[in-house]
Write a protein that binds this ligand. Structure first.
Ligand code: PMV
Length: 350
């Protein structure tokens, strides 16, 4: 089949890891398995216009963020195209116009790489499907796998944003269908307690990332604690299976908070070493702990490779937690900013 031109639009969400991916091998293969909640409101909407071009020997594209041309995004996309060319033979046949928007403020310190790279991967997978003579490509589960596989080559964690609401990535002994190459929908029982689970993201620091995730993953090579850390991730993921089944939120809290602190501990004990938490990050963590002491709350925190705090809590606590945030936590947020989000179902074709 040939198509001269066309357009496709996908929206794809961000995700928050419960067991963290930190450390990778060649070709974006994770050093340990991870699992994440897919988010709902924090997402990227990407429209990809494609038109056949004469010259078929190099990549050609323009990128716009919120209608503004963004040439500084180009090198990252060029690298992505090079990595995925072998799987998308049409890539050099078209000129692409990539128009992208995020529902969260750019440079809010919320990583847009997971939602951004997955949205772009989905658009490209759609084109692949339009051009394909291969019936396998029409199957939804194959489509999702391929999109996740491609998204991984853009940004590792992006492969966990295609589906919802819990996605595992990386070979794990308890999941026969798990893979290092793409994310899979969590296949086991999940207790009611986790239904509509909330994630409020407290924006502590909107500054440029001190450590890019590429550099960060690199710090796990020859890290003195790497082997133990990778083993621990396997165990934590295994333990989470029982937790998701039983709905034991106290056990959930222990695993999730320990994972967040371990991620930061790895950064503090690598060479070179980094502290990515800010004083306000610690203030918030201490207040969350104090709040749990004095109430029956099951709220817990997790962190990405930055200073912002994700507060995870059951839907039934939403009102109380909102009060807690307004009374005690907004003062630790930059310009009082936070984002209310919740577990979501994955990407959507628009
Ligand atoms: O997808 P990357 O390469 O930006 O790595 C993300 C790593 C963490 O966000 C810190 C953890 C994770 O599993 O999402």
């Amino acid at each position: 089949k040939t198509i001269e031109e066309g357009v496709v639009t996908w929206e794809s969400p961000s995700n928050i890891a419960l067991v963290k991916y930190w450390g990778k091998k060649e070709h974006q293969i994770p050093a340990n398995p991870s699992i994440s909640f897919t988010l709902s409101h924090c997402k990227t909407i990407t429209t990809l216009e494609f038109s056949e071009k004469e010259n078929k020997i190099d990549f050609s594209f323009d990128v716009f963020l919120n209608d503004e041309q963004k040439d500084d995004f180009k090198p990252k996309i060029e690298t992505f195209f090079k990595r995925i060319e072998a799987y998308l033979p049409f890539l050099k046949h078209y000129h692409f116009v990539i128009k992208t928007k995020n529902t969260f403020p750019h440079s809010s310190g919320i990583a847009s790489s997971a939602s951004g790279m997955s949205a772009l991967a989905l658009c490209l997978t759609s084109i692949d499907r339009m051009l394909s003579k291969n019936h396998e490509n029409l199957n939804k589960s194959f489509f999702n796998k391929k999109a996740s596989f491609l998204a991984r080559l853009g940004s590792g964690s992006a492969c966990r944003s295609i589906e919802g609401s819990l996605v595992a990535w990386g070979k794990h002994e308890a999941f026969t269908e798990s893979s290092d190459l793409y994310g899979v929908k969590y296949p086991f029982e999940v207790h009611e307690n986790f239904k509509n689970y909330r994630d409020t993201i407290l924006l502590v620091d909107k500054g440029e990332k001190q450590v890019s995730s590429t550099v960060g993953h690199g710090l796990m090579h020859n890290h003195p604690f790497a082997d133990e850390r990778f083993k621990q991730a396997h165990k934590n993921l295994n333990d989470l299976i029982a937790v998701f089944k039983s709905g034991d939120l106290d056990a959930f809290i222990k695993i999730v908070e320990s994972e967040a602190l371990t991620l930061h501990a790895m950064m503090m004990t690598s060479m070179p070493y980094f502290i990515l938490m800010k004083p306000n990050t610690l203030q918030i963590i201490n207040k969350i702990w104090a709040y749990r002491e004095k109430t029956n709350s099951k709220v817990c925190f997790t962190l990405d490779a930055g200073a912002n705090v994700h507060m995870l809590y059951p839907e039934s606590e939403a009102e109380n937690i909102n009060q807690f945030i307004n009374n005690e936590l907004v003062e630790h947020c930059q310009n009082g900013q936070y984002i209310n989000d919740k577990i979501g179902l994955g990407a959507k074709l628009l």
